[in-house]
Design a protein around this ligand. Structure first.
Ligand code: HEM
Ligand code: NAG
Ligand code: NAG
Length: 330
């Protein structure tokens, strides 16, 4: 697959250079729900959701960890130039090659789905739409809520590692940074707290949190907001940077409000998780969600729709990609 991208990528490189020179960094974000619709593929690809559902089920049965991986992949796609499938492009210097993307997974699932969709409805369904509905189905598969996905996204032809590295939050930001990032995408503080709840499932490489466990900010000790028993556990678990640790230590594989309860006990794994419970702008929301599972489920669905509707690209020559790994050759 990768070989077929080579010639196109050279052309892309040329376009990309001129685009970046003209446009600079992407403009402030907005969500343009009006351009998307629920019945976008009703006639052109009626079996889309069935195909996605069946293929995803097969993969998740083999490897449960692909469910959280796909939810995260969708977030990283939408965080840079909107939900345009730009994270999927697999050429030198693309977002996918950035440091922020190092631990992303699930690309092969999207390619598998895309191949099957191309058989049934060729050149019709964008990779961005496939990734969006795959994230929805992945959420369902781990016990999360259902929501209707509006369709009609186009695939971008522009993708830079440096944009992924400078824009996608990686866990060391402060709450002001996070709020500003969400605001730049048309999302608010409630969306921030609710979507962070995705960390009720999945895992991280210990590498991402070792700075909290030893010599935190030059203090010679750990981050003092970590619950002492949890700290012991993490130090044992994270002897090697390459080990994995669950984001939710109590119910790691279930979509529930345990993530918020953990924050109340000093058991948030990432700094950006734990900080949600110490900042006055977000702490009340954490407390509210911790005690109201149905509110969390309902609002998670609503916030995921907002996330999936981010369309803050500046490049207008978008397309329906045939192969999610590379731009079309035209
Ligand atoms: C608030 C900003 C966010 C930050 C700073 C953040 C940061 C991170 C980090 C550092 C990891 C671990 C990566 C690794 O070491 O492999 C992670 C994992 C994850 N994130 Fe986030 N994230 C954020 C928002 C989101 C959102 C909005 C979603 C989805 C809606 C999400 C879903 C996930 C999932 C499911 C995982 C687990 C991935 C896996 O197990 O493969 N995150 N996140
Ligand atoms: C990615 O990380 C490596 C090692 O941590 C670093 O040397 C490199 O400069 C980083 N690349 C970018 C684009 O930031
Ligand atoms: C948050 O972090 C940014 C840098 O990422 C820094 O400029 C800012 O002063 C910090 N804000 C607070 C309130 O600590």
């Amino acid at each position: 697959m990768k070989g077929s991208c080579i010639i196109i990528n050279f052309l892309l490189f040329l376009t990309v250079v001129s685009v970046s020179a003209d446009e600079g960094t992407p403009a402030a974000g907005y969500t343009d729900d009006a351009s998307l619709s629920f019945n976008y593929y009703t006639n052109s690809c009626p079996e889309l959701e069935k195909i996605v559902h069946n293929i995803l089920k097969k993969w998740i049965k083999k490897d449960y960890t692909l469910a959280p991986a796909l939810m995260r992949l969708h977030f990283h796609d939408c965080a840079v130039r909107g939900c345009d499938g730009s994270i999927l492009l697999n050429h030198e210097g693309s977002e996918r090659s950035g440091n922020a993307s190092k631990s992303l997974r699930g690309f092969e699932v999207i390619n598998d789905i895309k191949q099957e969709v191309e058989k049934k409805c060729p050149k019709t369904v964008s990779c961005a739409d496939i990734l969006t509905v795959a994230a929805r189905d992945a959420t369902l598969a781990v016990g999360g809520p259902f929501w209707m996905v509006p369709y009609g996204r186009k695939d971008g032809r522009v993708s830079f590692a440096k944009e992924a590295d400078s824009m996608v939050p990686m866990g060391k930001e402060n709450i002001t940074d996070l709020i500003e990032f969400y605001q730049s995408k048309g999302l608010n503080i409630l969306d921030l707290v609710v979507l962070s709840g995705a960390h009720t499932i999945g895992r991280t490489a210990c590498e991402a949190l070792q700075f909290r466990l030893y010599n935190y900010n030059g203090t010679n000790g750990a981050d003092t907001t970590i619950n002492p028993r949890y700290l012991n556990y993490l130090r044992r678990k994270c002897r090697w940077a390459s080990e994995y640790v669950n984001l939710d230590a109590v119910t790691p594989n279930t979509f529930d409000v345990q993530y918020y309860k953990n924050l109340q006990k000093g058991m948030g794994l990432l700094t950006t998780d734990q900080l949600l419970y110490s900042d006055p702008r977000t702490a009340p929301l954490v407390a509210a969600l911790a005690s109201q599972p149905s509110v969390f489920e309902h609002q998670f669905a609503a916030s995921m729709v907002k996330l999936g509707n981010i369309q803050d690209y500046v490049d207008d020559d978008r397309e329906i990609r045939v192969n999610c790994d590379c731009v079309n050759n035209n």
